[in-house]
Write a protein that binds this ligand. Structure first.
Ligand SMILES: Nc1nc2c(ncn2[C@@H]2O[C@H](COP(=O)(O)OP(=O)(O)OP(=O)(O)O)[C@@H](O)[C@H]2O)c(=O)[nH]1
Ligand SMILES: [Mg+2]
Length: 385
């Protein structure tokens, strides 16, 4: 009986071996008939069994992992705004030391005759400090130097530091009004002439607010060009801030209104409305801006009207600021492109002329190159270490 079972077992083993061998012989041929993986990089790779991978490799390059191909848009977590200006100090120093070093050198001369004072005056004017503030500074410095008598380099530096700070006025309230009382969101309206950096500043500001833990809705009230809304959309998408847009050539006031309405409905902390660049000399465009603000105010108060000024435009920027100030009550200045000019003196003149503080400074094209303005860091960057 045992022998009988043994024979049956042997037959089964032989049969199984036979089937296995046949399978091995047949399989490679069936692999060559497999369709190659789809060539488009977007298509996910067809499921391939482990044992077949080698053969498939020779037919077509392997598709990259699906994860890499279909990338979900990443929402960035921007850094908080604190300490930004210190981080960007080197950039500021690079562009502004001509003024600081020049003043230090001139004031350190043994003899401060009229020629030297003329040179000091010229240096301040060239750096866009403005005529009236320059005169005031020179008079102040003359008096202080007289009192001081002989001057050590440390004393000259301290003297100049105090004078510059005094002109910039560290006592001014530079708080950006991004917290509204009660339930409603704070509303920030961003205005200025063409190309000063309004959209970029709006995007950077949204990032920095989000980095500080706030929620933001953006309003694309530049309806002149579709590209303007797209530009803002890109900024919003990167940090997950919704962007309210309108039809191209539509009414900017209505987009601004809708953005604020959305902000209220979504209970966000801040609504920032970007507007189209407009020449201060075009009355129609300036009237339109006035309307944008009035229409928003049907929904909520405008807490901050930020005038974006390009630091490289010099004294022309001052005229723009005055006209904008007449149409919409400017509450703060964002001074952009300070990284690209030695004319940092505009901080002094613009505040003097307008009586409005510089609240933000743009120090580059990078997404986090916007900083709350800190007068002490500014002056220290000017004078170098
Ligand atoms: N270097 C430097 N470039 C800046 C800064 N801020 C903005 N820019 C650049 O300035 C250019 C214009 O910026 P936008 O934000 O489009 O200016 P805008 O005021 O919205 O322009 P319009 O909507 O056409 O009036 C862009 O190339 C920005 O990258 C800054 O602080 N430093
Ligand atoms: Mg713009």
């Amino acid at each position: 009986m045992d022998g009988y079972i043994g024979i049956i077992a042997i037959i089964i083993v032989v049969l199984l071996l036979g089937v296995g061998t046949t399978a091995l012989l047949v399989r490679p041929r069936s692999k060559t008939t497999l369709p190659p993986p789809a060539p488009t990089p977007q298509a996910p790779a067809p499921p391939v069994e482990e044992e077949e991978a080698g053969a498939v490799d020779t037919l077509a390059p392997p598709a990259a992992p699906a994860e890499e191909l279909v990338k979900a848009p990443e929402v960035e977590v921007p850094p908080p705004s604190a300490g930004r200006m210190v981080r960007l100090r080197a950039r500021l120093a690079r562009s502004q030391t001509t003024l600081g070093r020049g003043l230090l050198e001139l004031l350190s001369r043994d003899r401060l005759d009229d020629d030297v004072w003329d040179e000091i005056e010229e240096l301040l004017i060239t750096a866009d400090v403005g005529v009236a503030p320059t005169r005031a500074m020179v008079e102040d410095l003359k008096t202080k130097v007289k009192v001081l008598g002989s001057r050590s380099p440390t004393e000259v530096r301290a003297l100049l530091r105090a004078e510059l700070l005094n002109q910039i006025d560290p006592g001014l309230d530079r708080t950006l009004h991004t917290s509204a009382p009660g339930e409603r969101p704070a509303v920030v309206l961003v205005v200025g002439v063409n190309g000063t950096g309004k959209t970029t500043t709006t995007g950077k500001l949204a990032r920095s607010l989000i980095g500080d833990g706030k929620t933001v809705v953006l309003g694309a009230a530049d309806t002149f060009r579709a590209a303007a809304a797209d530009q803002l959309q890109t900024w919003g998408d990167r940090v997950g801030a919704p962007v309210v847009r309108g039809p191209e050539a539509g009414d900017p006031a209505s987009v601004a209104f809708d953005a604020v309405a959305r902000g209220i409905a979504d209970k966000v902390d801040v609504v920032i409305v970007d507007t189209a660049g407009r020449l201060h000399t075009k009355t129609g465009l300036m009237d339109e801006l006035g309307k944008v603000k009035r229409v928003i105010e049907k929904k909520a108060l405008v807490d901050e009207v930020l005038l974006v000024l390009d630091a490289t435009t010099g004294q022309n920027g001052m005229r723009q600021a005055q006209v904008f100030g007449e149409v919409v009550n400017i509450t703060g200045i964002a001074l952009t492109k300070l990284d690209g000019t030695a004319k940092g003196g505009i901080v002094i003149s613009v505040q003097r002329e307008l009586g409005v503080p510089v609240k933000l400074v743009g120090l580059g094209e990078g997404p986090d190159d916007l900083a709350p303005f800190d007068p002490e860091v500014f002056v220290d960057a000017l004078l170098g270490d």
